[in-house]
Design a protein around this ligand. Structure first.
Ligand SMILES: O=C(O)[C@@H](O)C(=O)CO
Ligand SMILES: [Mg+2]
Length: 258
């Protein structure tokens, strides 16, 4: 049975950030993820995880200046020193939270620009190497261009090729089913092909990015397929609740921790 992680960036927004840990645990989640922990101290987050017996499934390395529109800096020439500092900052939070996987965002850049391509590969190789020293996986997530126009890594094939070319055991794919359906469709066949390099899965309905209980995808079928394929990682619930988070958890009841 999949282990679901509540995404505290999108879910439980009725609570302040640190209180979302308590709310997710009360709702039956055994794990959490979110985009960024950096607005709270590592100690405060570790305390919420411990007191609620929650596992930290995932978070992202710092993304550059998010408010100014940056969506990662890994593919941005001239930012390598900043990236190295970001890796150390993320590792401080990793040590406190016990997370075993971190997502490195590529940034807004032309995927056909040679400088961006070589910069991205250098950043990925560096970050994966540094994380490997701590036993942590580095994840790359293709993101669809409707949600993130101009994003560098907008194709699952490109991520698959880079992971194969780098040949680093801790470099893995973040398979967000929502993005895959929008970019490529054919989710089941892609899961079968890519699960061996997948370090984390995320879900949401398509096209609305709400609860995984309707619209274009049949998640009951996909959960069965993910089980059948032997996936033993987390599934991040990266969706925007249609209304109050708790009112939309009907789909989760069979999986909730009691
Ligand atoms: O799918 C997403 O948008 C996230 O998983 C992410 O890390 C970047 O926003
Ligand atoms: Mg995602």
């Amino acid at each position: 049975m999949p282990v679901f992680a509540a995404n505290l960036t999108m879910m439980f927004n009725e609570w302040a950030f640190l209180d979302r840990f308590d709310a997710a645990a009360d709702a039956g989640f055994a794990a959490v993820e979110y985009l960024f922990p950096y607005g709270a101290t590592p100690e405060a987050i570790a305390d919420r995880l411990a007191r609620n017996n929650l596992q930290q499934a995932l978070f992202n390395l710092p993304p550059g200046d998010w408010a100014a529109g940056e969506r990662g800096i890994a593919a941005l020439p001239g930012r390598f020193d900043a990236l190295k500092a970001d890796v150390e900052r993320a590792l401080d939070y990793a040590a406190a939270t016990g997370v075993r996987r971190l997502h490195l965002m590529a940034g807004i850049a032309d995927p056909h620009d040679e400088d961006a391509v070589s910069c991205y590969r250098r950043s990925v190789t560096y970050a994966a190497g540094r994380l490997a020293e701590k036993g942590i996986d580095l994840l790359l997530e293709p993101i669809n261009g409707r949600n993130m126009p101009g994003y560098f890594l907008n194709d699952f094939g490109a991520a698959e090729r880079l992971i194969a070319e780098c040949g680093l055991p801790n470099l893995k794919l973040q398979f967000d089913i929502y993005h895959h359906q929008i970019i490529h469709g054919d989710v089941t066949m892609a899961l079968r092909r890519l699960l061996s390099i997948t370090g984390h899965i995320q879900i949401a309905s398509v096209p609305s990015r709400n609860e995984p209980d309707g619209e274009e995808l049949n998640y009951a079928y996909l959960f069965g397929e993910i089980d059948r394929l032997g996936y033993d990682g987390f599934i991040g619930c990266e969706y925007i609740p249609r209304g109050h988070t708790l009112d939309g958890l009907g789909w989760f009841k069979p999986f909730a921790r009691s």
